[in-house]
Design a protein around this ligand. Structure first.
Ligand code: UD1
Length: 417
């Protein structure tokens, strides 16, 4: 199993290009299921999760052709088997995003329940509730959701909580339903908007994506389209947090600064100087960061996917930060690993009280999930001496060319088997 070896203590300096967003690419790949015509995508990040999604779609009969330079063509001329099996779904929860499109296109779908995952329960009841409101019957048998509907009907759906993939699943299903669907208390994440843009390019009638009420007028069929995946705001935020924590100075190109308001505001509060111009973000840290407290919330609040990285920053900040996680239970596993590097963290329910220390010391740590791993990498970059991050397959799921980008910014990192 690959590990990442980091020699810490070097401030990040230089330039890097932001990749396409994983969390936009995954639902948009599933949108290909809605049309017999090809969907051509650009800026698709080369990530394990994208490869897993391609494999899942191929199993259903979708032709997935990787083209040069992050381009991908998907053609679902015929869907041979509308099933998503346990083997792939268990490795990637986002696989559940095939449920809505398969049901809308084929009138039936069989999708394995995702099961528990390292960061909490993450049920799919809202996805199911919405499809039922649109006239689907959904039964659970032998660990699989079996959904069926002659043709889905538009409905008014009020989500119990804000769910990103739930909103995306229902939006895709509603695109081919008969009549109008209203999704209320919809997720406002920029990735939902990016998916809506792609669906509109395919001929869907969608209004309000990016707000908390989305209105979808169903159409009979969708056509092929071309779409460029939006920049990854979490990757962007991760490199910015790493630069702020190490006292560095970096420039990120091809970013989407408007999707990063909460993160940029917190980094400024930590003392970093940030300049934004079009799609370029420059950050210059002014010595040791000040402690900043964060509370995760649905967009436009502070992203739960940035929480671990800010805990690493807080670990060496001046002062005490309180980090509160409101989206997922059990998303503090990185705290225990950070303690192994000398961080002073006390967990109280869904809050972590982090008292900044002057220095961390390198040690062997273990990654438990994607963003926790990113937090550990930042801590390794800060720490004196060598840090070995084990189980970096988590990082390969979501960070394109991580070592290459970090090395380009002057970090001393290497992948070891
Ligand atoms: C997406 C992101 C993930 C991010 C998360 C929150 C993708 C592929 N993944 O995950 O990176 O951390 O949003 O921003 O886009 N919930 C239910 N019932 C449901 C659905 C969700 O109770 O049917 C709960 C979850 O347990 C969680 C909360 O709602 O507590 C938010 O989860 P959700 O937004 O659905 O996360 P994902 O879409 O899985």
């Amino acid at each position: 199993m690959d590990k990442l070896r980091i020699q810490g203590g070097v401030p990040l300096e230089g330039e890097a290009h932001v990749s396409g967003a994983k969390n936009a690419a995954l639902p948009i790949m599933c949108a290909a299921l809605l049309s017999v015509e090809p969907l051509r995508l650009a800026k698709v990040p080369q990530l394990m999760d994208v490869r897993t999604m391609a494999k899942l779609l191929r199993q259903m009969g979708v032709e997935v052709s990787p083209l040069a330079e992050g381009r991908l063509a998907l053609r679902a001329a015929r869907i041979t088997d509308p099933t998503a099996g346990y083997d792939l779904v268990k490795t990637m929860r986002a696989s559940v995003l095939v449920l809505g499109p398969l049901l809308a296109r084929c009138g039936r779908a069989r999708v394995s329940l995702p099961g528990g995952c390292a960061i909490g329960q993450r049920p799919v009841d809202q996805h199911v509730k919405g499809l039922q409101a649109m006239g689907a019957t959904v039964t659970i048998e032998h660990g699989y959701m079996n959904a069926a509907a002659e043709r889905l009907r538009g409905a008014r759906i009020v989500m119990d909580m804000v769910t990103v993939t739930g909103t995306e699943n229902l939006m895709m299903a509603a695109a081919l339903a008969e009549g109008t669907t209203l999704i209320e208390n919809a997720a406002r994440e920029p990735e939902v908007l990016d998916l809506a843009r792609c669906l509109v390019a395919m001929g869907a009638r969608i209004e309000g994506a990016g707000s908390n009420v989305i209105r979808i007028e169903g159409v009979r069929s969708l056509r092929g389209a071309e779409h460029m995946i939006m920049p990854d705001r979490i990757e962007t935020g991760t490199y910015l947090a790493a630069a702020a924590a190490t006292g560095g100075r970096i420039r990120l190109l091809g970013a989407a600064p408007k999707t990063l308001d909460a993160t940029l505001e917190k980094l400024r509060e930590a003392g970093a100087r940030i300049r934004v111009q079009d799609s370029t973000i420059e950050l210059e840290a002014a010595g040791r960061p000040s402690a900043v407290s964060v509370r995760t919330a649905p967009y436009p609040g502070f992203a739960t996917d940035m929480q671990a990285q800010f805990m690493a920053l807080a670990a060496i900040a001046e002062g005490t930060a309180v980090i509160t996680e409101t989206i997922f239970e059990n998303r503090f596993m990185h705290a225990l690993e950070l303690q192994r590097l000398g961080a002073d963290i006390a967990i109280q329910g869904n809050s972590a009280v982090v008292r900044g220390v002057e220095r961390l010391q390198g040690a062997a740590v273990m990654a438990t999930d994607l963003r926790a791993s990113a937090g550990l990498v930042i801590a390794g970059l800060l720490a004196d001496g060598e840090t070995i991050v084990d189980r970096i397959y988590h990082l390969d799921r979501g960070y394109e060319a991580l070592e290459k980008k970090l090395s380009g910014l002057g970090a001393r990192v290497a992948r070891v088997s």
